[in-house]
Design a protein around this ligand. Sequence first.
Ligand SMILES: *[C@@H]1O[C@H](CO)[C@@H](O)[C@H](O)[C@H]1NC(C)=O
Ligand SMILES: *[C@@H]1O[C@H](CO)[C@@H](O)[C@H](O)[C@H]1NC(C)=O
Ligand SMILES: *[C@@H]1O[C@H](CO)[C@@H](O)[C@H](O)[C@H]1NC(C)=O
Ligand SMILES: *[C@@H]1O[C@H](CO)[C@@H](O)[C@H](O)[C@H]1NC(C)=O
Ligand SMILES: *[C@@H]1O[C@H](CO)[C@@H](O)[C@H](O)[C@H]1NC(C)=O
Ligand SMILES: *[C@@H]1O[C@H](CO)[C@@H](O)[C@H](O)[C@H]1NC(C)=O
Ligand SMILES: [Zn+2]
Length: 732
Amino acid sequence: MSRHEQQGQMKSIRTRIFVVVGVVLLFLIGVLIGYFSRGDTSSNHRNTATWDRLTREPDIQIRDKLKDNIDVENLRQQLREFTKSSRLAGTPRQKETAEYVSNLWKEYGLESEVVTYNVLLSYPEQGENTTITVFYNDGSQHIIYAEEPPLGDDPGGFAVRPFNAYSPARKVQGKLVYANYARDSDFEKLVEQNIDVTGSIVIARYSKGFRGNKLKQAQDRGALGIILYSDPADYIGIPDPPVYPDTWWLPGPGVQRGNVVTVKGDQTTPGLPSTWYAHRLNDSQLRDSLPKIPCQPISYNDARILLSTLGGNVVPAEWKGALNTTYRFGPSQVRRITLDVRNVNELREIHNVIGRIPGSVEPDRQVLLGNHRDAWVYGAYDPTSGTTVLMELARIFGKLYREGWKPRRSIVFCSWDAEEYGLVGSYEWVEENLKKLTSQAVSYLNIDSAITGNYTLDVRTVPLLRNLIYDTAKVVPDPFQPTKTLFDTWLERNPETTEPTRPRVEKIGAGSDHSPFIAGAGVPATYPRMYGTGANYTSRGTPLYHTRYETFQAYTMVDPDFTVAKTMAAFVGELARSLGDSVIIPMDVEVYAKEVRDSVSHLSEIRSRFPTGAMWLDGLQSASKNFSKAAMEFHTSLKKIDRKNPILVRMMNDKIMSVERAFIYAEGLPDRPRYKHVLHSPSGMNYYGGSDFPGLEDLLYKIGTNTGRWDQVKQHISVLTYCIQTAASILQ
Ligand SMILES: *[C@@H]1O[C@H](CO)[C@@H](O)[C@H](O)[C@H]1NC(C)=O
Ligand SMILES: *[C@@H]1O[C@H](CO)[C@@H](O)[C@H](O)[C@H]1NC(C)=O
Ligand SMILES: *[C@@H]1O[C@H](CO)[C@@H](O)[C@H](O)[C@H]1NC(C)=O
Ligand SMILES: *[C@@H]1O[C@H](CO)[C@@H](O)[C@H](O)[C@H]1NC(C)=O
Ligand SMILES: *[C@@H]1O[C@H](CO)[C@@H](O)[C@H](O)[C@H]1NC(C)=O
Ligand SMILES: *[C@@H]1O[C@H](CO)[C@@H](O)[C@H](O)[C@H]1NC(C)=O
Ligand SMILES: [Zn+2]
């Protein structure tokens, strides 16, 4: 062939290609026109199979299959496996359990990976003892060691001595003063009593608030150190009962461990993931951000010895515990008391496990459910009661997936490490994936300590998920009364005080791995648990919390047949299925708007306490009204949309998903920049709790005539107004 002929041929090939491409394009345009202009007539040209696949309604039989597949023997076996040794973060055992979980998840059919970070952890110094010494006036002394003897079915092996993580190593000496629960109001009471804690060591009881806030209160008021203990009044529900190992009540030598940091995540990389490239704070910066006074937990046996050194006035009834001693304010009447804490901080590796079932229609949309895997010692309740539920759900979801069920959205299973050190594993992962989660995460379900009792549900949640939680509880049977649903017994035993026609839900607060999701990324979250026994014990936790006695045996005292665990698996599994497979994300924006409206009207009730007129509240009311209106209109239009139109469905879902993000303010709360959710961040006074407007609560506290602070209040109210108005405009 000559060059000329070749060119001629090329030309004609090109022409033919153009014609073919043109025809194909025209055809595609036709298809697209048909696609988007489609009415209800079936005469339009469209790819019916694709269309149907994108908008198919969930297979409701999966709900029963999920429930029917839960196997109590698996739940029992997993609890036994995890509690056979201690699982302290940063130890070799925790690397092993990560591999165990990841391998099992792969076997179950999930995509799974171990994600490792290098973070600052805290331990009792090896070969040294933390001690508290009482020097009596007669020259004798009594030394209290940090120890907790094994009892019951303790599996033996390594068990970390009782300590408070991140307490500095320091020796202090002084008089002892009793501060009840070491809340702000308790210290105010001491001031009334003319007792100055400056230069003293404080002894206070656990319960009614996060221990890190107790330390901070004592530190801010000039105390030299703080000793925490669990009083029988708070950890035993009935007078003089048999205790562990015969029952689940806290025994004399039991000590609650726990961290005392109020800023969570890895302490060396605030706001950034602790990856290999991370810049870390230096030692002097760390000293500034970590607690400054030593803190140590002890048992009530040991506390009785310390409390009986106290002189001064007898305390009022609300300050009295149940030990056989006269509770006095102090100060101590002995020569002196020393507190010598020997802890060390070390960088160590932690290991999260992330398992995934890919969504079939919207694989980029993620429904996450997770629980931490590390424990202070054996952690049968905290976290393992939740971990067994998570493992069983991974198995069942994996099984259904392999049998052909494909959820609409991706379902992501998370096993966090180092939660006990301040939500470290989850924080680092959320920080690393923040932008992705912001655009892709539908919700996060936290199943830490899923079973701390056997009486009724305790649910912390954001308002968006409230109705879904109610609906889900209505299709799960009560563990012990099969004719009733979980909803029935929840309503009966734990109704909302202001609205007794519905079961009680609490503000989400912090205190477990949902915190980085909701307070940092604006991902709607919930944290459901079973708690209580119904007999004189109203605490949401277990009396053995964070002691060495959270053993397999202790768990079976509450749930011998694993029926409570089975119930929680059914409940959480159905929540995940529903969020992962419903065409329209089952969240209720009207509930959110109503909650905001109520909070704003509570605020308006105290308007008279604000300086002259407080005009700035008008904007807040206007935004709240706009949010309510937008939510109502959105709700109405949601009922009317064509559920067979995948673009419309995705559009509505994106709006639902984005509402929570409206409340994330990049600069964070006033003086607490790492908490970015203006409504669902923890309260500044108690890290475990929530409040209507956590930033305002901090600012208004003891504000008086502090004009500078009133200006901050005004500024923060405009932030709130802006966020609420943003929520309204997202829905419009
Ligand atoms: C620590 O205390 C134990 C008793 O609990 C004692 O046997 C040991 O010698 C002590 N170690 C040091 C370094 O004082
Ligand atoms: C529960 O408390 C009440 C009142 O304090 C007491 O009379 C009752 O005996 C207690 N129940 C148990 C099981 O101890
Ligand atoms: C730690 O970092 C701060 C801030 O960069 C710096 O001012 C300080 O000198 C550093 N201290 C040490 C001991 O390196
Ligand atoms: C309480 O302590 C006192 C004095 O130590 C003792 O006599 C009494 O028996 C104790 N009571 C109980 C119930 O243990
Ligand atoms: C619930 O837990 C309590 C405390 O251990 C126990 O006494 C009770 O028997 C349990 N109830 C059931 C139904 O297992
Ligand atoms: C609420 O909506 C009205 C009407 O669109 C608007 O004029 C007003 O500025 C909005 N309020 C706020 C706080 O943006
Ligand atoms: Zn936990």
